[in-house]
Design a protein around this ligand. Structure first.
Ligand code: ATP
Ligand code: MG
Length: 555
């Protein structure tokens, strides 16, 4: 694929326009971007937007994109998250090559730059507590107040900072702050904290450090070390840009990155805050980070969403400067659209009702079924027929209303790929519940058409009772039951108590007992499904990835 066709496939946006201008003006020869997650949780679909943007731009312009872990807060970061992030970025289809970096790779350099700021009079050690610093920061309408330690001599600052590094003080006893302007209209410029004392073991640097740079101090300098040309981040960092620029101007950095902000991805009925997602996992409202109801990439993967559908979705959403909320139906649409093309068709009965065909006495009969209606290259398979079948409970009504065209007493329907079937009698148990249908079939309709040309109003799916495999099928509904979870304060209060529906007595056609975990299938008339990762031979579990139609927008 040529670079130009990739650009048009990716669509246009203001960031690509900026890059084009920079190239046209000769400002940047090689485009360098980065995706900078903090390893304090799993990646979610919002991160996918940032990943597709950063890696996509690097591909289109023949530059490179780094994966950089912003691992500056060992209190919250874990190796499990680092591993999961790498797995998920690869799964989404991107490769950082040799450009794998960590902010912690630069701890020594960042420390030296902090000393540089002290020596040039632009940083000081503050003995105020965190509470005092907060109280003196001022507000949007009031300026801050200078720290009593702001006027410390350079030599004293240097000595104290070195002793902070040497571990002489407990957590929180002192901080290093930039000396900028306590009266600045931008609160981020009111002497922001650059270093804090934290006696904590770091996943990569162990006990080497007991002071850690803040995200704000590490971020822009890490970009500069890596030669990042376009540092793309979400809008909440717009007000931090003046600080990043100030730091870059006051330090002898090797390159000058420029930051551009775009709108976060927000999706209706979905929470994309790492803090809220962490709570869901920690307090066991879901079955881990990869619970198929989670908007995490691990959850979407387990649910059967193909990475290509995520990339398509993100491309359609586009990159803009204005915040908005994307309809979740748009995501489901992208998933369906992709699965419709690739997923082979199978038959599965989720809520079985037994059918006995009284006039059938064949054995070993097999029928031909197409694997994909629009793609003959997917071939056909044999499906076993028999005297006893299962059909979907919903496909029968004893007293059908006007618009119900499927099976009812005395009515004839088509069994998909098989025969016409007529219901003769509904057998009930002592409690009055229908337990079985007694039916007859028409042997002349093999393959699903009547030689006399008579028509039926419905085609239903089925499986042979003798040959079908038992399975558990999990249907996932929205995890939250309002479009803006947490809008009234508590995200947990908006959890949908019925987000997981387990159908423990489903029957699937035998070909599905062999399908492997990663293979998406369409259960005819039901939706797209995949084998759950917990599925083992003898205990099949399927996840519904997405239903065939959008049942929510109708409601
Ligand atoms: P937190 O929720 O704790 O602020 P975060 O989701 O911003 O965390 P990071 O690890 O800092 O997590 O994110 C890595 C990158 O992904 C950042 O550049 C961030 O801007 C981007 N990102 C995070 N959430 C979204 C989102 N919803 N849409 C687009 N980009 C996002
Ligand atoms: Mg963040």
């Amino acid at each position: 694929m040529s670079a130009d066709s990739r650009v048009s496939e990716a669509g246009r946006d203001f960031i690509r326009d900026i890059i084009d201008d920079d190239r046209a003006a000769g400002r940047t020869a090689v485009i360098v971007t980065r995706f900078p997650p903090e390893p304090n949780g799993y990646l979610h679909i919002g991160h996918a937007k940032s990943i597709c943007l950063n890696f996509g731009i690097a591909q289109e312009y023949g530059g490179h994109c780094a994966l950089r872990f912003d691992d500056t807060n060992p209190a919250k970061e874990e190796q499990e998250f680092i591993d999961a992030i790498m797995r998920d970025v690869r799964w989404l289809g991107f490769d950082w090559g040799r450009h794998l970096h960590h902010a912690s790779d630069y701890f020594e350099q960042l420390y030296r730059w902090a000393e540089h700021l002290i020596q040039t009079g632009f940083a000081y050690v503050d003995d105020q507590t965190a509470g005092e610093i907060r109280a003196n920061r001022g507000s949007l309408t009031e300026p801050g107040r200078d720290s009593p330690f702001r006027g410390r001599a350079i030599a004293e600052n240097l000595d104290l900072f070195r002793r902070m590094r040497a571990g002489e003080y407990p957590n929180g006893a002192r901080t290093l702050r930039a000396r900028i302007d306590m009266a600045s209209g931008n609160i981020n410029l009111r002497d922001p904290i650059l270093y804090r004392i934290l006696h904590a073991n770091h996943p990569r640097t162990g006990d080497q450090w007991c002071i850690y740079p803040t995200y704000d101090f590490a971020h822009g300098q890490s970009d500069a070390i890596e030669g990042v040309t376009h540092s793309l981040c979400t809008l909440e960092f717009e007000d931090h840009r003046p600080l990043y620029d100030w730091l870059l101007e006051h330090l002898p950095v090797p390159s000058r990155p420029h930051q551009y902000e775009f709108a976060r991805l927000n999706i209706g009925y979905t929470v994309l805050s790492k803090r809220a997602l962490t709570t869901l996992v920690r307090d066991r409202h879901v079955d881990g980070w990869d619970d198929p109801r989670m908007p995490t990439l691990a959850g979407l993967r387990r649910r059967g969403v193909p990475p290509q559908a995520i990339r398509d979705f993100v491309r359609r959403v586009g990159v803009a400067r204005a915040n908005s909320v994307v309809d979740i139906a748009m995501f489901d649409f992208a998933v369906r659209e992709h699965l419709n093309k690739v997923a082979p068709r199978r038959m599965a009965v989720l809520r079985p009702l037994k059918v006995v065909i009284e006039n059938y006495d064949g054995s070993g009969e097999e029928l031909d079924a197409a694997n994909h209606p629009d793609d003959p290259s997917q071939g056909t398979r044999k499906i076993p027929f028999g005297r006893q079948l299962y059909i979907e409970r919903d496909d029968f009504m004893e007293h059908p209303p006007k618009k119900f065209f499927r099976l009812a007493p005395g009515r004839e329907v088509r069994l998909r790929y098989a025969y016409f079937l007529t219901c003769r009698e509904a057998v009930k148990d002592a409690a009055g519940e229908i337990v079985e249908l007694r039916c007859t079939y028409d042997p002349a309709t093999r393959g699903g058409n009547a030689p006399d040309g008579r028509k039926v109003a419905a085609t239903i799916h089925w499986v042979s009772a003798e040959h079908a495999a038992a399975a558990e099928v999990r249907l996932y509904h929205r995890l939250f039951d309002r479009p803006d979870p947490g809008a009234e304060g508590d995200v947990l209060a908006d959890l949908n108590p019925n987000s997981l529906e387990v159908l423990s007595d489903a029957r699937v056609e035998r070909a599905l007992a062999r399908s492997n975990a990663t293979e998406a299938v369409q259960f005819e008339r039901q939706g797209y499904f995949c084998r759950d990762s917990s599925s083992v031979p003898g205990r099949l579990v399927f996840n519904r990835t997405v239903a065939l139609r959008d049942s929510y927008s109708k409601a």
